[in-house]
Design a protein. Structure first.
Lengths: 680, 194, 65
């Protein structure tokens, strides 16, 4: 998934360690003194609120990307006994998803009960109409308001501004206003975290310490050092130095936010091979971590020294891939340490510390599972699966903790393993997949096994909840094969809607070679087409009125039903103007048209990052072989419940009102969904 | 008796310091009369002269200077093109030059004259110029009274004769191409970006 | 003290009026509506200030009056 660098200095907040300690101490003091009053107040409010509730607790188990046709198939084959039981007890139906059916969009609609026109999230990235460059759609990180120069150091005197760009109001805030406590774990688009009566752990798009959505590090003796990117995530290949049986290298770190030159911080390490009893030992920052071939190390914690007394903590896991015949080692992206986070990743701030102390260090990266390393061939399928399941286990531990401590109110936890594993392993379900050509189907049952794991989790949850609890198991969208790419920018070029500067073939990202003076429409991102609008885009040429309307109608008509010239299949089911898809105060931020691809198709990798590859239809041969950024009617999610729900077609926007209804809170006027509870 | 059809007015336009004076000089050497008042004298920034007409700045209030402009070449900065009356026919030669060079040249001129310019960072100023120029170009291409030829400053320096030919072709007038090419003295053109 | 937010006061009658508009507009709260309106207006004003700067540059160079 292509993203942009999230912001200056990765938004690292360093107000100085002493000040941080003092602040934490004062906050803690205040919390302690006012605790009795607040406790009583909350008890009264909570009891009053829950007096109207139908249940004492709602538990939402979010299984990102669970696909209903596979659920149906595995249910029939008897492989999902717990989901079968849940269906028996309550119900099972499809869950309508969003335009486009992408996690940031769908989960935002889940949270707010509204369409993107009201919550402002249309894709992972938004484009800046002044520069035509992409930016993460959900968070803006600015520089600290005040700084102090001290020699070569620049000290921030205030925290960098970090703003969640998801608008409207999530239902857990509405619950909180009514005195009902919520635990919101790893729900996408909660970074920076909301402030409400409850606890929250941020998820998508928490960056790594380099400020990206996940840059892995790959160490080897041979080859060329290089950086591979898909947008701004990807990996760094670092060539190590060898001195006998000692390997020397370094961990990349953040740009030093205190340094006027913003030099990159690094931590040197050595790996000593063949130490008795181990395959190797990693020595970093005074720690000695035994490494075993093809086995992940535990989380290693370390700190980068930004200035005297000021350090930035990070964590990473290592996988020793090869020793003899050339050293090779993989490191996960270096991530925020949940026990010493350099930017807010939870609410309250100490919640991530609490989780780390209770459950051990865990992955804090928004897109935690490192799919790019599998794409690049740095990790094998099995190594990636191991990583994904390790993260899954961390998530289960947090979920269990929340279930144990939040007995009344709401517990919601999202598990990303289904989504990541289906993205990377779909080809093994599909013998005709272009990405499977020329290789054996070695992982035919991986996805089925994953569904079984999820069913186990459902089973455990059902055992842990009580008779006064309602359980909802849901997915935000489904999944389909991604076999063929559609390069929409090339189509626009061929049809005369987009022009490149004279004599240029576009080898560059982000539309850099586009001649805006002759371009009327362009694509950036996974689902939308933008008009190069005068007065909006800095070099726009299309009039906002009639000319734009006609252009949108023309392009939509031409693309709806677009046939793949090589296969004869229909590639695009429908393109609709955003005015038809969205309604609300933020529709101006939407792309002008949204594209509903047919199953098997998706926008091409090149087109999504603003390249013009020259071929409209190509095979998708990447490891990322399943996707869901297509027509929403083709990839609804699932909804299971342990209680009977109204059997009308359910939409993801209905969940917020349903949860509010269950807990006895009135539905606010801005929410569009309707409660799924049958009439009393 | 038929009235002779008036020749269109030749407009040389673009951002300030994008090569408009150079083009005016080429046109003059090529045989086109230039409409200028000589108020701004030649100086270090424009050793061959500015070729400007003060009255152009007041076009919105008083467009009478256009009465005698048929067939003549006049310099009108990009921003003032909107003020030109719509009932006349114009052939616009729009000079293009890389923004970094334009800004550097503007900055040098402001230093030399001691005048005050914008107080925003050059990068931002460049963005605004680009955006406004794009608006103007769009306007020109939509209006029937404007024929437009875009000329790259670098192309003129690299091959003045070819540039002269394309201008002559655009204007549909017989011009002394060699004299136009000779007007380009590359030694005058410093402040190129590296 | 270390917050990135500041408080603004408006008359109650104006606030009530804004609340009604916010509800019709699809906003989740009157605060959300106010912030959105202010952001849009600030963007517009920034743009007109930018234009003034371009004029200053052109005037300094002697190209406009």
């Amino acid at each position: 998934m292509p993203f942009s660098y999230i912001g200056p200095g990765a938004g690292i907040a360093l107000v100085g360690s002493f000040l941080v300690v003092l602040l934490t101490f004062l906050t803690a003091l205040l919390t302690i003194f006012t605790w009795p009053v607040r406790r009583v107040w909350r008890m009264l409010r909570g009891q009053r609120a829950l007096r109207h509730a139908r249940v004492q607790r709602v538990v939402v188990l979010g299984l990102d990307g669970l696909e209903p046709t596979l659920v149906d198939q595995y249910l029939e084959q008897g492989q999902l006994p717990n989901l079968a039981k849940l269906r028996e007890q309550g119900c099972y139906q499809r869950l309508g998803t969003t335009w486009p059916p992408l996690s940031p969009v769908a989960w935002s609609s889940f949270a707010t009960g509204t369409n993107p026109g009201k919550h402002n999230i249309y894709d992972f990235i938004a484009r800046n109409p002044e520069t035509y460059l992409p930016a993460i759609s959900s968070v803006r990180i600015g520089k600290p308001r005040r700084t102090l120069r001290l020699g070569r150091f620049v000290l921030p005197l205030s925290k960098p501004e970090m703003t969640l760009l998801r608008k409207s109001k999530p239902f857990w805030s509405v619950l909180g206003d009514a005195g009902i406590f919520s635990a919101v774990l790893r729900v996408p688009i909660t970074f920076p975290p909301d402030r409400f009566h409850g606890v929250q752990l941020s998820a998508m798009c928490v960056p790594d310490l380099l400020g990206t959505q996940g840059t892995f590090l790959y160490y080897s003796e041979g080859g060329t050092a290089e950086r591979t990117k898909e947008g701004d995530a990807g990996g760094d290949h670092i060539i190590v130095e060898r001195d006998g049986n000692v390997i020397r290298s370094f961990l990349r770190g953040p740009a030093n936010p205190l340094d006027q030159d913003q030099a990159e911080l690094r931590i040197p390490f050595t790996v000593v091979e063949g130490v008795r009893g181990t395959d190797a030992i990693l020595k970093v920052k005074g720690q000695q971590v035994p490494l075993e071939l093809n086995k992940y190390s535990p989380w290693v914690r370390f700190s980068y020294r930004a200035a005297p007394g000021v350090s930035i903590r990070g964590i990473a896991r290592f996988l020793l891939k090869r020793l003899h015949g050339g050293f090779e080692m993989y490191s996960t992206p270096v991530q925020i340490d949940p026990d010493r986070p350099v930017m807010p990743i939870s609410h309250p701030a100490v919640y991530s510390n609490y989780l780390a102390r209770q459950l051990g260090t865990f992955s804090t990266l928004g897109l935690a599972e490192d799919t790019w390393s599998l794409s690049e061939g740095v990790l094998s399928e099995d190594a990636f699966l191991q990583q994904a399941y390790d993260i899954h286990e961390e998530r289960i531990a947090m979920f269990r903790d929340a279930l144990g401590t939040v007995r009344r109110g709401l517990v919601v936890c999202v598990f990303d393993a289904p989504d990541r594993i289906q993205h990377m392993f779909w080809k093994f379900l599909d013998d005709d997949h272009p990405a499977l050509r020329g290789r054996d189907n070695t992982h035919r049952h991986t996805i089925a096994n994953m569904y079984t794991h999820m069913d186990d989790l459902v089973g455990e949850t059902m055992r842990r909840i009580g008779p006064d609890d309602t359980l909802l198991v849901m997915s935000d969208h489904g999944f389909k094969p991604f076999r063929r790419c559609v390069d929409l920018n090339t189509w626009l070029l061929e049809q005369g809607y987009l022009a490149l500067h004279e004599g240029r073939r576009s080898e560059q990202n982000y539309l850099r070679e586009v001649d805006w003076s002759r371009t009327r429409a362009y694509v950036l991102g996974l689902a939308g087409i933008y008009v190069n609008q005068a007065g909006r885009e800095s070099q726009g040429i299309v009039d906002a009125g009639r000319e734009k309307l006609e252009l949108v109608a023309e392009i939509s008509a031409a693309l709806s039903g677009l046939v793949d010239t090589e296969t004869g299949q229909i590639a695009i089911r429908e393109v609709i103007p955003s005015s038809q898809a969205y309604d609300g105060p933020y529709v101006d931020a939407a792309p002008d048209m949204v594209v509903g691809y047919c199953g098997g198709y998706r926008v091409s990798w090149d087109s999504a990052v603003g390249k013009v590859s020259g071929q409209v239809f190509t095979d998708n041969v990447k490891a990322w072989s399943g996707d869901h950024c297509i027509h929403p009617d083709l990839v609804p999610g699932v909804l299971f419940s342990n209680r009977k729900l109204d059997q009308r077609p359910a939409d993801i926007r209905d969940l917020a009102p349903t949860i509010l209804d269950l807990l006895g809170v009135g539905k606010p006027g801005y929410m569009e969904g309707e409660s799924l509870l049958p009439e009393r | 008796m038929n009235e002779a059809v008036e020749l269109p007015i030749v407009i040389v336009s673009g951002l300030p310091r994008s090569g408009t004076s150079l083009m005016m000089q080429m046109l003059q050497r090529g045989g086109i009369s230039v409409l200028t008042d000589g108020i701004r004298q030649a100086d270090e920034d424009n050793p061959r002269g500015y070729f400007e007409l003060e009255a152009v700045k007041r076009t919105k209030q008083d467009a009478t200077w256009l009465d005698q402009a048929a067939g003549m070449a006049v310099k009108v900065i990009y921003r003032l093109l909107h003020d030109l009356p719509t009932d006349l026919h114009y052939q616009v030669i729009l000079m293009r030059r890389p923004m970094a060079e334009v800004l550097a040249s503007q900055s040098a001129m402001l230093s030399r004259t001691g005048n005050e310019g914008a107080s925003i960072p050059p990068a931002r100023l460049g963005e605004l110029f680009s955006s406004q120029l794009a608006d103007v170009v769009r306007y020109l291409r939509q209006q029937p009274q404007f024929d437009v030829l875009e000329v790259n400053h670098r192309d003129v320096l690299d091959d003045p004769l070819v540039a002269a030919k394309s201008v002559a072709q655009f204007l549909r007038r017989p011009l002394d191409l060699q004299a136009m090419a000779n007007a380009v003295d590359t030694s005058l053109y410093r402040r190129q970006s590296e | 003290m270390f917050s990135n937010n500041v408080k603004i006061r408006v008359k109650r009658t104006l606030h009530e009026r804004l609340a009604r508009i916010a509800e019709v507009g699809g906003y989740s709260s009157v605060d959300e509506f106010i912030v959105h309106v202010l952001e849009k207006e600030a963007g517009r004003l920034d743009a007109s200030q930018d234009d003034a700067e371009v004029e200053k540059q052109l005037r300094g160079l002697g190209y406009i009056e």
